[in-house]
Design a binder for this molecule. Structure first.
Ligand code: HEC
Ligand code: HEC
Length: 207
Protein backbone atom coordinates (compact mmCIF):
# COMPACT_ATOMS: atom_id res chain seq x y z
CA UNK A 1 0.00 0.00 0.00
CA UNK A 2 2.44 2.69 -1.18
CA UNK A 3 -0.09 5.49 -0.67
CA UNK A 4 -0.25 4.68 3.04
CA UNK A 5 3.54 4.86 3.39
CA UNK A 6 3.49 8.20 1.61
CA UNK A 7 0.86 9.52 4.00
CA UNK A 8 2.87 8.36 7.02
CA UNK A 9 6.08 9.93 5.70
CA UNK A 10 4.36 13.24 4.99
CA UNK A 11 2.71 13.20 8.42
CA UNK A 12 5.98 12.52 10.29
CA UNK A 13 7.81 15.09 8.21
CA UNK A 14 5.34 17.84 9.03
CA UNK A 15 5.39 16.94 12.74
CA UNK A 16 9.18 17.21 12.81
CA UNK A 17 9.06 20.54 11.05
CA UNK A 18 6.63 21.80 13.70
CA UNK A 19 8.90 20.79 16.57
CA UNK A 20 12.57 20.06 16.17
CA UNK A 21 13.66 18.99 19.58
CA UNK A 22 16.56 20.69 21.42
CA UNK A 23 17.32 18.93 24.75
CA UNK A 24 19.92 21.53 25.78
CA UNK A 25 17.25 24.23 25.52
CA UNK A 26 14.83 22.15 27.64
CA UNK A 27 17.49 21.79 30.32
CA UNK A 28 18.21 25.53 30.27
CA UNK A 29 14.52 26.42 30.66
CA UNK A 30 14.19 23.88 33.48
CA UNK A 31 16.76 25.74 35.61
CA UNK A 32 13.99 28.09 36.65
CA UNK A 33 11.84 25.17 37.82
CA UNK A 34 14.53 23.66 40.06
CA UNK A 35 14.01 26.26 42.80
CA UNK A 36 10.79 24.48 43.76
CA UNK A 37 10.69 21.13 41.93
CA UNK A 38 14.37 20.30 42.66
CA UNK A 39 17.33 19.79 40.33
CA UNK A 40 16.08 16.36 39.28
CA UNK A 41 12.36 17.18 39.37
CA UNK A 42 12.07 15.23 42.64
CA UNK A 43 9.70 17.79 44.19
CA UNK A 44 9.76 19.57 47.54
CA UNK A 45 6.90 19.16 49.97
CA UNK A 46 8.02 22.19 51.99
CA UNK A 47 6.98 24.42 49.07
CA UNK A 48 4.12 22.14 47.91
CA UNK A 49 5.91 21.46 44.62
CA UNK A 50 5.23 17.90 43.45
CA UNK A 51 7.56 15.28 42.02
CA UNK A 52 7.38 15.73 38.23
CA UNK A 53 10.42 13.72 37.02
CA UNK A 54 9.42 11.34 34.23
CA UNK A 55 5.90 12.77 33.89
CA UNK A 56 4.77 12.42 30.27
CA UNK A 57 5.60 15.42 28.09
CA UNK A 58 2.04 15.57 26.69
CA UNK A 59 0.62 16.02 30.19
CA UNK A 60 3.30 18.47 31.38
CA UNK A 61 2.73 20.55 28.26
CA UNK A 62 -1.06 20.47 28.72
CA UNK A 63 -0.77 21.63 32.33
CA UNK A 64 1.74 24.37 31.51
CA UNK A 65 -0.67 25.65 28.85
CA UNK A 66 -3.49 25.60 31.44
CA UNK A 67 -1.42 27.49 34.01
CA UNK A 68 -0.31 30.04 31.41
CA UNK A 69 -3.84 30.70 30.18
CA UNK A 70 -5.28 30.78 33.72
CA UNK A 71 -7.44 27.67 33.31
CA UNK A 72 -5.50 26.26 36.27
CA UNK A 73 -3.99 28.30 39.10
CA UNK A 74 -6.42 31.23 39.25
CA UNK A 75 -9.14 29.96 41.62
CA UNK A 76 -8.86 32.18 44.74
CA UNK A 77 -8.53 29.09 46.96
CA UNK A 78 -5.84 27.50 44.80
CA UNK A 79 -2.88 28.71 46.87
CA UNK A 80 -0.35 26.26 45.36
CA UNK A 81 -1.65 26.71 41.83
CA UNK A 82 -1.21 30.46 42.23
CA UNK A 83 2.43 29.84 43.19
CA UNK A 84 2.97 27.78 40.05
CA UNK A 85 1.12 30.00 37.58
CA UNK A 86 3.57 32.97 37.50
CA UNK A 87 6.40 30.48 36.95
CA UNK A 88 4.66 29.08 33.88
CA UNK A 89 4.38 32.62 32.54
CA UNK A 90 8.14 33.13 32.69
CA UNK A 91 8.54 30.53 29.91
CA UNK A 92 9.07 32.77 26.93
CA UNK A 93 7.55 30.79 24.05
CA UNK A 94 5.37 27.82 23.16
CA UNK A 95 8.46 26.11 21.80
CA UNK A 96 10.13 26.45 25.21
CA UNK A 97 7.01 24.94 26.82
CA UNK A 98 7.49 21.88 24.60
CA UNK A 99 11.24 21.76 25.27
CA UNK A 100 10.88 21.92 29.05
CA UNK A 101 8.06 19.34 28.95
CA UNK A 102 10.31 16.95 27.00
CA UNK A 103 13.11 17.56 29.50
CA UNK A 104 10.82 16.80 32.46
CA UNK A 105 9.84 13.50 30.82
CA UNK A 106 13.51 12.60 30.37
CA UNK A 107 14.27 12.94 34.12
CA UNK A 108 14.49 9.72 36.13
CA UNK A 109 11.56 9.33 38.51
CA UNK A 110 12.19 8.29 42.08
CA UNK A 111 9.74 7.02 44.62
CA UNK A 112 9.02 9.75 47.10
CA UNK A 113 8.62 9.12 50.79
CA UNK A 114 5.32 7.70 51.93
CA UNK A 115 3.78 10.43 54.08
CA UNK A 116 0.20 9.17 54.41
CA UNK A 117 -1.35 5.88 55.40
CA UNK A 118 -4.48 4.19 54.16
CA UNK A 119 -5.94 0.75 53.58
CA UNK A 120 -4.79 -0.38 50.16
CA UNK A 121 -7.26 -3.33 50.05
CA UNK A 122 -10.18 -0.97 50.38
CA UNK A 123 -8.38 1.43 48.06
CA UNK A 124 -8.26 -1.27 45.38
CA UNK A 125 -12.08 -1.36 45.36
CA UNK A 126 -12.25 2.43 45.03
CA UNK A 127 -9.66 2.33 42.26
CA UNK A 128 -11.87 0.11 40.07
CA UNK A 129 -13.57 3.21 38.66
CA UNK A 130 -10.32 5.15 38.22
CA UNK A 131 -8.83 2.30 36.21
CA UNK A 132 -11.08 3.03 33.23
CA UNK A 133 -9.09 6.19 32.49
CA UNK A 134 -5.84 6.02 34.48
CA UNK A 135 -5.10 2.36 33.64
CA UNK A 136 -4.75 -0.84 35.68
CA UNK A 137 -1.23 0.12 36.81
CA UNK A 138 -2.08 3.85 37.12
CA UNK A 139 0.18 4.34 34.10
CA UNK A 140 -2.12 6.90 32.48
CA UNK A 141 -3.80 6.96 29.07
CA UNK A 142 -2.93 9.72 26.66
CA UNK A 143 -5.92 8.97 24.41
CA UNK A 144 -8.19 9.93 27.34
CA UNK A 145 -5.91 12.78 28.54
CA UNK A 146 -5.63 10.89 31.85
CA UNK A 147 -2.16 11.31 33.38
CA UNK A 148 -0.19 8.61 35.17
CA UNK A 149 -0.80 8.66 38.93
CA UNK A 150 1.86 6.12 39.80
CA UNK A 151 4.73 8.54 40.32
CA UNK A 152 2.90 11.33 42.11
CA UNK A 153 3.61 12.17 45.76
CA UNK A 154 0.90 10.84 48.06
CA UNK A 155 0.37 14.31 49.62
CA UNK A 156 0.01 15.86 46.16
CA UNK A 157 -2.63 13.31 45.10
CA UNK A 158 -4.61 14.02 48.28
CA UNK A 159 -4.47 17.76 47.73
CA UNK A 160 -5.59 17.40 44.07
CA UNK A 161 -8.46 15.04 44.94
CA UNK A 162 -9.66 17.62 47.48
CA UNK A 163 -9.28 20.41 44.93
CA UNK A 164 -11.30 18.54 42.33
CA UNK A 165 -13.98 17.59 44.84
CA UNK A 166 -14.39 21.11 46.21
CA UNK A 167 -14.25 22.64 42.72
CA UNK A 168 -10.94 24.49 43.17
CA UNK A 169 -9.72 22.48 40.15
CA UNK A 170 -11.87 21.23 37.27
CA UNK A 171 -14.62 23.86 37.27
CA UNK A 172 -13.27 26.43 34.82
CA UNK A 173 -15.57 26.07 31.77
CA UNK A 174 -12.50 25.81 29.51
CA UNK A 175 -11.00 23.00 31.58
CA UNK A 176 -12.43 20.17 29.50
CA UNK A 177 -10.20 17.42 30.92
CA UNK A 178 -10.49 18.72 34.49
CA UNK A 179 -14.28 18.61 34.13
CA UNK A 180 -14.01 14.95 33.12
CA UNK A 181 -12.01 14.18 36.25
CA UNK A 182 -14.04 16.18 38.76
CA UNK A 183 -17.18 13.98 38.99
CA UNK A 184 -14.94 10.96 39.67
CA UNK A 185 -13.95 12.40 43.04
CA UNK A 186 -17.60 12.21 44.09
CA UNK A 187 -17.13 8.42 44.22
CA UNK A 188 -14.69 8.97 47.12
CA UNK A 189 -17.06 9.63 50.03
CA UNK A 190 -14.57 11.14 52.46
CA UNK A 191 -10.88 11.72 53.21
CA UNK A 192 -10.45 8.12 54.39
CA UNK A 193 -11.58 6.85 50.97
CA UNK A 194 -9.03 9.19 49.37
CA UNK A 195 -6.25 7.90 51.67
CA UNK A 196 -7.22 4.31 50.85
CA UNK A 197 -7.13 4.82 47.08
CA UNK A 198 -3.80 6.65 47.42
CA UNK A 199 -2.37 3.72 49.42
CA UNK A 200 -3.42 1.40 46.59
CA UNK A 201 -1.93 3.67 43.88
CA UNK A 202 1.29 3.81 45.92
CA UNK A 203 1.43 0.01 46.05
CA UNK A 204 1.53 -0.14 42.23
CA UNK A 205 4.94 1.55 42.00
CA UNK A 206 7.41 -0.22 39.71
CA UNK A 207 10.73 1.07 38.48
C1 HEC B 1 7.70 28.90 43.07
C2 HEC B 1 7.78 27.46 43.04
C3 HEC B 1 7.62 26.79 41.67
C4 HEC B 1 8.40 26.94 40.54
C5 HEC B 1 9.63 27.82 40.37
C6 HEC B 1 7.83 26.06 39.54
N1 HEC B 1 6.77 25.37 40.06
FE1 HEC B 1 5.66 23.95 39.10
N2 HEC B 1 4.46 23.78 40.72
C7 HEC B 1 4.62 24.45 41.91
C8 HEC B 1 3.57 24.08 42.82
C9 HEC B 1 3.39 24.60 44.25
C10 HEC B 1 2.74 23.16 42.14
C11 HEC B 1 1.50 22.44 42.67
C12 HEC B 1 0.22 23.12 42.25
C13 HEC B 1 -0.97 22.47 42.93
O1 HEC B 1 -0.81 21.89 44.02
O2 HEC B 1 -2.06 22.54 42.38
C14 HEC B 1 3.34 22.99 40.81
C15 HEC B 1 2.81 22.17 39.82
C16 HEC B 1 3.42 21.93 38.61
C17 HEC B 1 2.92 21.01 37.60
C18 HEC B 1 1.65 20.18 37.68
C19 HEC B 1 2.00 18.75 38.00
C20 HEC B 1 0.83 17.83 37.86
O3 HEC B 1 1.02 16.63 38.16
O4 HEC B 1 -0.25 18.25 37.43
C21 HEC B 1 3.82 21.03 36.57
C22 HEC B 1 3.74 20.22 35.28
C23 HEC B 1 4.86 21.96 36.93
N3 HEC B 1 4.59 22.50 38.17
C24 HEC B 1 5.96 22.25 36.12
C25 HEC B 1 6.85 23.30 36.37
C26 HEC B 1 7.85 23.73 35.44
C27 HEC B 1 8.11 23.08 34.08
C28 HEC B 1 8.49 24.78 36.02
C29 HEC B 1 9.56 25.65 35.42
C30 HEC B 1 9.20 26.33 34.20
C31 HEC B 1 7.90 24.98 37.33
N4 HEC B 1 6.90 24.06 37.51
C32 HEC B 1 8.31 25.94 38.24
C33 HEC B 1 5.63 25.34 42.22
C34 HEC B 1 6.60 25.80 41.35
C1 HEC C 1 -13.34 9.57 32.98
C2 HEC C 1 -11.91 9.39 33.11
C3 HEC C 1 -11.33 9.49 34.50
C4 HEC C 1 -11.62 8.70 35.60
C5 HEC C 1 -12.61 7.55 35.69
C6 HEC C 1 -10.75 9.18 36.66
N1 HEC C 1 -9.95 10.20 36.21
FE1 HEC C 1 -8.51 11.17 37.27
N2 HEC C 1 -8.13 12.37 35.68
C7 HEC C 1 -8.74 12.27 34.45
C8 HEC C 1 -8.24 13.30 33.57
C9 HEC C 1 -8.65 13.54 32.14
C10 HEC C 1 -7.30 14.05 34.34
C11 HEC C 1 -6.47 15.25 33.87
C12 HEC C 1 -7.13 16.54 34.32
C13 HEC C 1 -6.39 17.74 33.76
O1 HEC C 1 -6.01 17.70 32.58
O2 HEC C 1 -6.19 18.71 34.49
C14 HEC C 1 -7.26 13.43 35.66
C15 HEC C 1 -6.45 13.87 36.70
C16 HEC C 1 -6.33 13.23 37.91
C17 HEC C 1 -5.45 13.64 38.99
C18 HEC C 1 -4.49 14.82 38.95
C19 HEC C 1 -3.10 14.32 38.57
C20 HEC C 1 -2.05 15.40 38.58
O3 HEC C 1 -0.91 15.07 38.18
O4 HEC C 1 -2.31 16.54 38.99
C21 HEC C 1 -5.62 12.76 40.00
C22 HEC C 1 -4.88 12.75 41.34
C23 HEC C 1 -6.62 11.80 39.59
N3 HEC C 1 -7.03 12.11 38.32
C24 HEC C 1 -7.05 10.73 40.36
C25 HEC C 1 -8.14 9.92 40.02
C26 HEC C 1 -8.73 8.93 40.92
C27 HEC C 1 -8.19 8.60 42.30
C28 HEC C 1 -9.78 8.38 40.25
C29 HEC C 1 -10.77 7.36 40.76
C30 HEC C 1 -11.52 7.75 41.94
C31 HEC C 1 -9.83 9.01 38.92
N4 HEC C 1 -8.85 9.94 38.85
C32 HEC C 1 -10.75 8.69 37.95
C33 HEC C 1 -9.68 11.34 34.07
C34 HEC C 1 -10.28 10.42 34.90
Amino acid sequence: MPWLIAVVVVFCGSWQAAFSHDPARGKAVFQLCTACHGAGGEGNKAVNAPHIAGLNAWYVEAQLIKFRSGIRGTHPKDIEGMQMRPMSLTISSEKDVKEVAAYVESLTPNKGETTLSGNSDRGKDHYAICMACHGDKAQGNQALSAPPLIRLNDWYILSQLKKFKSGVRGTNPEDITGMQMRPMTMTLANEQAMLDVIAYINSLWEN
